[in-house]
Design a protein around this ligand. Structure first.
Ligand code: UD1
Length: 381
């Protein structure tokens, strides 16, 4: 077990609040950090600060989540914006290093696997600041994914590893991590999904988009391996053409994907599909409601594989692998890659009602933030 002497002194002897900088950067971080900030804010021993790297900056990709999920305004925003990965990482690191110099936190807490997660972890470890990683240990074993590199690097420098599932513990142990630094806490995204149920039910997104419950399919697409690769994107579009002839598809479009549709000259092909509805990215409550009432979901997102499992909505994942295998073994998920024939076959299975019902993975119960708080306090004492 690791010990931070300053933390121990402050926490145990003087009861002084311990400074933890919680890091967010991109859309999938916001619903993870919300419940963690809330439990830390009401704890006597911890002084939580919130830092936004500014990796995502549009209102629809960032700001809307703060207001909806009642996340406090960040104490610091690095305002890095978009650029290529190496430059983005370097910019976050340089700016975050100055923040660490000024604030001298006892620890930082990072979530997930985006560039901001890895960049801030590297800065902290170089300064001897403890790193807590929520969602540790998940692996796709596909090093062509930027997120897989971010996961491996973050876990290799983290002091406290908080995996969401047993397969993730196994990966960490196989990589040689000390079990004393690993504590399974469950899935933090599900805390937000469960605590938001009332607001999700109140969303009028179906009316706004003129949709009938269970009579449409929801699609999300943004992975570089799908949208930056012309062949893969065209293969997926071909499958969408087949599916939209059977049922309307609603497609909240990620900014990266919108750009690549234009780059590959696919706009007119997509416009011809009368039953494929392109819309702007949605806020959290509206999107969760859209998913909850879908006939099924097509996605290449990581988090949506988990949310559909808990919502018991069939999910076809447009990837060849997943770092979240429990969504297949226990949940409602299946992999299709960008293979037109396989996507169509799986969609037809769902249309024919031949799909597993799925169950809820262990500890995906809405109590993960409390387990994180407990793990942090125990490991630092
Ligand atoms: C990032 C994460 C990915 C996560 C995804 C969710 C990494 C390596 N990737 O991918 O894990 O699933 O966020 O969205 O960290 N853009 C805007 N407005 C914004 C943000 C981005 O227009 O608010 C555009 C930018 O022009 C940028 C592109 O979208 O070039 C991609 O953004 P970026 O943050 O680089 O990666 P994502 O694809 O969003």
């Amino acid at each position: 077990m690791w010990r931070n002497s300053r933390f121990v002194k402050q926490y145990q002897k003087y009861g002084k609040k311990v400074k933890i900088i919680n890091i967010v950067g991109a859309r999938p971080n916001f619903m993870k950090i919300a419940p963690i900030m809330h439990v830390m804010q009401s704890d006597q021993a911890i002084h939580p600060l919130l830092l936004h790297t500014g990796q995502h900056y549009d209102f629809s990709m960032s700001g809307s989540f703060f207001s909806e999920l009642n996340i406090p305004e960040p104490d610091i925003n690095l305002e890095v914006g978009s650029m290529n990965h190496a430059k983005q990482l370097a910019s976050i690191m340089e700016k975050f290093d100055d923040v660490c110099e000024e604030i001298k936190p006892d620890a930082i807490l990072v979530v997930g696997d985006v560039n901001s997660t890895m960049a801030c972890s590297l800065v902290a470890v170089k300064r001897g600041i403890k790193v807590i990683h929520v969602e540790a240990g998940i692996r796709s074993f596909d090093r062509s994914m930027p997120e897989e590199i971010n996961r491996l690097v973050t876990d290799s420098v983290a002091d406290l590893l908080l995996p969401p599932s047993r397969d993730a513990i196994e990966n960490l142990v196989n990589e040689g991590h000390d079990t004393a630094n690993i504590e399974m806490v469950g899935n933090i995204m599900i805390d937000t999904l469960l605590s938001s149920q009332q607001k999700i039910q109140q969303s009028d997104v179906l009316n706004k988009l003129q949709l009938e419950s269970r009579k449409y399919v929801t699609l999300t697409l943004h992975r570089p391996s799908n949208v930056d690769n012309e062949t893969n994107l065209k293969n997926i579009v071909a499958a969408l053409d087949y599916i939209q002839k059977k049922m309307e598809i609603v497609f909240p479009v990620h900014p990266r994907t919108r750009k690549m549709i234009a780059t590959f000259g696919l706009e007119s092909r997509i416009k011809e599909m009368k039953n494929l509805k392109l819309i702007d990215p949605l806020g959290y409550f509206d999107f969760s409601r859209l998913v909850a009432d879908s006939f099924f979901v097509l996605t290449d997102s990581g988090g949506i594989q988990e949310e559909t499992s808990v919502q018991q909505i069939p999910c076809i994942t447009l990837r060849d692998n997943t770092e979240r295998p429990v969504t297949i073994s226990v949940g409602t998920n299946e992999l299709a890659g960008s293979d037109t024939g396989r996507i169509i076959k799986l969609a037809d299975d769902i249309f024919a009602n031949k799909w597993k019902k799925g169950g809820i993975p262990e500890m995906w119960d809405g109590k993960t933030a409390l387990r994180i708080l407990h793990a942090v306090k125990t490991h630092f004492s």
